[in-house]
Write a protein that binds this ligand. Structure first.
Ligand code: DGL
Length: 267
């Protein structure tokens, strides 16, 4: 399914996720493309996407994309692995970005992907990595509680460490030869320090946010780039609990200080 975005360079880039996770992608985009205006939708009313069926997530993703297109955008970034894995092609999605990063960085080809249930069930990472590296062996592990921890603003400490060990301890155990851990859900980079400690120095963490920002930079090079006089900005919209969304977003991303209030919208 593809969506008709506009060729007007002054329009914002639309970004969506089920909640605060996609802000990891929005932040990476802001660092690379400070003059771009970003319109971010967090579908809090219907999160989490991870445990839901592919059919339901596809419907949610189409609603979110259509909403952003109606508001007027020049490009659409699906900052949600679960939605990228089951719907919405061809646009800038985080699964292809994460797979490209892992295929490039892994030496042994043994790659662990931490993701939601929906992303693991779809097999999207296995396919996307295999297209780039035939010698790879990918183990996708569902880590649903990581989403709840991030949405709670609980990103490190003994609870996070225990949950991380519960999900990933065995797959990352020494002797298994995995040298790459893909953070295959945009909420997971928020837990990166705890995950890096568990993984140890021999395992690189791949964050799809940076690679996604790189892909967007390429896509916007030329006539779609923000006009030179434009000042960038970030507008946040939530489908529920805008105050809660604002509070957690500010806690997790202190650099977002000075944002206008989060808008409430029905899709
Ligand atoms: N952040 C999303 C992802 O990348 C979805 C998390 C969720 O809602 O379960 O998959």
């Amino acid at each position: 399914m593809s969506f008709q975005t506009s060729a007007d360079a002054s329009l914002p880039v639309g970004i969506f996720d089920s909640g605060v996770g996609g802000l990891t992608v929005a932040s990476a985009i802001r660092r690379r493309l400070p003059a771009e205006r970003l319109l971010y939708l967090g579908d809090l009313a219907r999160q989490p996407y991870g445990p839901k069926s592919a059919r339901t997530v596809a419907r949610y993703a189409v609603n979110a994309a259509e909403f952003l297109v109606r508001r007027g955008i020049k490009a659409l970034v699906v900052a949600c692995n679960t939605a990228s894995a089951v719907a919405l092609d061809p646009i800038i999605g985080v699964v292809e970005a994460g797979a490209a990063g892992a295929a490039r960085r892994s030496v042994t080809g043994q790659i662990v992907v931490a993701a939601t249930e929906g992303t693991c069930r779809s097999g999207a990472y296995e396919r996307a990595i295999a297209r780039r590296r035939t010698d790879s062996h990918v183990t996708c592990i569902p880590c649903p509680l990581f989403v709840a921890l991030a949405e709670e603003g609980l990103t490190d400490g003994p609870i996070v460490t225990a949950v991380a060990r519960h999900y990933l301890g065995a797959a990352l155990a020494a002797g298994d030869n995995a040298d790459c851990l893909v953070l295959g859900c945009t909420h997971f980079p928020l837990l990166a320090p705890a995950l890096a400690r568990l993984a140890g120095p021999g395992v690189q963490l791949v964050d799809c946010a940076e690679v996604t920002a790189e892909l967007l930079t390429e896509a916007l090079a030329g006539p779609l780039a923000a006009p030179p006089t434009q000042t960038g900005g970030l507008t946040l919209i939530a489908t529920d609990a805008p105050d809660r969304f604002a509070r957690i977003a500010q806690k997790l991303f202190p650099t977002l200080d000075g944002l206008p209030p989060v808008e409430l919208a029905d899709l």
